[in-house]
Design a protein around this ligand. Structure first.
Ligand code: HEM
Length: 313
């Protein structure tokens, strides 16, 4: 049997250069979560007071939007706001596009886009009226829609530099992965066939857009169960239990490499079958995400100019 199943580097990008980025990203998420938890623990009794009672709280001077902490959170939100827009600007400014990789920039965009609504909510002390409130809710909508966008982005196979792969490159990659899997004898071919079972491209083309999107997501969940089944079949009873019925990896490098190749093949095959639908929905998603983002930016800028004119800075 061939234990040397290697993965297509364009699909699974885990180059050493990525490690520094991953570390920074994880630190960013830990920092953001710590800040949110600390503000919740410290401010819960203040934020749950009515507007009339808040001025009598000892924390009012700190946590009101113009307070010592509240204002700093506003500035932090402003900084995050500018950093979020660096990602789209990068596509337009040649010098910026030469800095770092598109994937890394998108990761930072996502981190800031998820954290910013929380920072702004704490800055506003959970009062969402007027222009600023409208900007906040649009920001929340943009941020939530971003989660769908990020999913769709991942459905379109790309090179390490984030450029989309052509159909010819995808087919070559599939052929390579299938060849590697055909040579292995650790996993039953029947289980592999079940992992690769997909609807035909013609059927997918006929599905309504929302159904196609839901179908893609369901297949991702089903794949996790089919991979666990593959692993279960290759293990003795005791290890079935220690791997939580095959959902956790084993300590067998050869088996794990083969399973990773099978999972990648199944994921790639699914993305190829749904490719034109993913591109179609992703294009529509852009059409919605962009104007909402810009209207949020406009309202946020109006809010900043108004408070600056009122002398809060
Ligand atoms: C709340 C603040 C956010 C703002 C203002 C914002 C704004 C933008 C803008 C203006 C674009 C460029 C659109 C285009 O060029 O057509 C963009 C792209 C994108 N954003 Fe956001 N976004 C936010 C949050 C998020 C979040 C939370 C996620 C994911 C969880 C996300 C995921 C994406 C993705 C996947 C793209 C497209 C990437 C590409 O096609 O290259 N965004 N965003």
């Amino acid at each position: 049997m061939s234990a040397n199943v290697t993965l297509a580097p364009a699909v699974i990008a885990a180059a050493p250069a990525d490690r520094g980025h991953r570390l920074r990203l994880v630190s960013g998420y830990v920092l953001a979560i710590t800040l949110i938890v600390a503000l919740t623990v410290y401010g819960l009794d203040y934020y749950t007071l009515s507007s009339a009672d808040r001025p009598f709280s000892a924390k009012h001077a700190l946590l009101k939007p113009s307070g010592a902490i509240g204002l700093k959170l506003g500035f932090l939100g402003l900084g995050m706001f500018f950093a979020i827009f660096l990602y789209p600007l990068r596509k337009r400014w040649a010098w910026l596009s030469r800095q770092g990789s598109a994937r890394h920039w998108l990761d930072i965009h996502v981190l800031l886009g998820l954290a910013a609504p929380f920072v702004i909510a704490f800055h506003s002390s959970f009062k969402f009226g007027g222009f600023a409130g409208m900007a906040f809710w649009i920001m929340v909508a943009v941020s939530l829609s971003g989660i769908i966008g990020r999913y769709l982005y991942a459905q379109i196979p790309r090179r390490v530099n984030a450029a989309e792969l052509t159909m010819k490159e995808l087919q070559e990659m599939q052929t390579r992965l299938s060849g590697q899997l055909a040579k292995q004898d650790l996993l039953p071919q029947a289980d592999l066939r079940s992992l690769l079972h997909l609807p035909s491209r013609e059927r997918v083309e006929q599905l309504p857009m929302v159904v196609a999107l839901a179908y893609m997501m369901v297949l991702d969940v089903v794949r996790a169960f089919r991979v666990a089944k593959l692993r279960r079949h290759a293990l003795p009873i005791r290890q079935k239990l220690t791997t939580l019925l095959g959902f956790l990896p084993t300590r067998h490098p050869a088996l794990e490499r083969t399973i990773a190749a099978a999972r990648e093949e199944a994921s790639l095959a699914k993305r190829v079958v749904f490719l034109s639908r993913s591109q179609q929905v992703f294009h529509l998603w852009h059409v919605v995400h962009k104007p909402f983002s810009y209207s949020f930016a406009l309202l946020a800028l109006i809010h900043i100019v108004v408070v600056a004119m009122m002398g809060y800075f």
